[in-house]
Design a protein around this ligand. Sequence first.
Ligand SMILES: NC(=O)c1ccc[n+]([C@@H]2O[C@H](COP(=O)([O-])OP(=O)(O)OC[C@H]3O[C@@H](n4cnc5c(N)ncnc54)[C@H](OP(=O)(O)O)[C@@H]3O)[C@@H](O)[C@H]2O)c1
Length: 336
Amino acid sequence: MWYPFRMNAHLRFAILGAGHIAEKMAATAAHLARRGEIRLAAVAARDGARAAAFAARFGFERSYGSYEELAADPAVDLVYVATPNTLHAPHARLCLEHGKHVLCEKPFTANAAEAESVLALARERGLFCGEAIWTRFLPASAAIGEALRAGRIGTPRLIEASFAVPIAGKERIREPALGGGALLDLGVYPIAFALLHFGEDYADVTGRATLLPTGVDDQCAFSLGWADGRIAAATCSATAAGGACARIVGTAGSIVVPELVRCQGFRIVPFGGGESEEVSLPFECNGYEYELRAAARAIAAGLPECPEAPRSATLAAMRAMDALRAAWGVRFPSDG
Ligand SMILES: NC(=O)c1ccc[n+]([C@@H]2O[C@H](COP(=O)([O-])OP(=O)(O)OC[C@H]3O[C@@H](n4cnc5c(N)ncnc54)[C@H](OP(=O)(O)O)[C@@H]3O)[C@@H](O)[C@H]2O)c1
């Protein structure tokens, strides 16, 4: 979806947690700052020296050795939360309580109850709060939606999607206390893809998983079903190495997405031998610029959420993951 472009050149952007994805987002934010679109206000890490080094590397104005100090900084408008999954809810709450808008990494929280409570707080405070599910914001995602609406593959019936990356060695993937498992880290993308293109109103969800000795899912297969018979089938693995891909199959052909996550294009393939069409939509920077710009636009327009990734989609995804985890007996201490 596209809506009038109103950039807020004074949006003071901050990052909470200076890990792997924070570095990518910092590079994105530096790109937007160079173009005068946002300001690099501050970064916080649990270690002050690391935060200072991170700030110096990317050009943030201030750095803090605690998340509380960052949340209390009056010269910050938007905080990007980039900590492990079970910490998203407490860190988003911390920022909202200090009057900050929040863009929170995927999965938005570790379960749906946490998501509801964080969004209720954002509503109460009148603040923007959204999930940094970056794939939904990519130009290719909008273009796939347009191709489906134009009937390029007839009536869409099936989605197949997979994401397999060997990341089970990471503590945040192994540990229930950090909200680990393949589903929350990787499966969230096929779910987002399915909800974006088939709608949030799935009728049921079912699946199976192999668990790591720590009790979280190492890999899993699941499907979402819609009342009219459409099905989205997905697999994800934290020990297999296959990358991410997807296909939407309709009554007259298919849309093939060779890179589901870093999606910069797709192929429209008519059934029965017609000519395929390649659609190429390369990133301007590293792909995270679209979600950050969308958050800045939403805040400038006084919107509580980004139209590209509404809160309803976040909640629908969290509920699907809750149902799958419950069926597999995968529990986090923060589930209560
Ligand atoms: N959008 C994407 O493409 C993408 C890609 C990868 C990950 N993610 C998401 O981003 C989030 C972070 O993933 P990551 O790969 O960046 O992880 P990471 O490299 O481990 O970084 C996580 C950061 O969280 C902070 N943290 C605070 N308390 C912690 C604790 N008890 N244990 C561990 N870390 C703690 C640390 O920040 P400081 O010590 O610096 O304060 C750490 O640097 C996850 O929710 C993940 O799903 C998104």
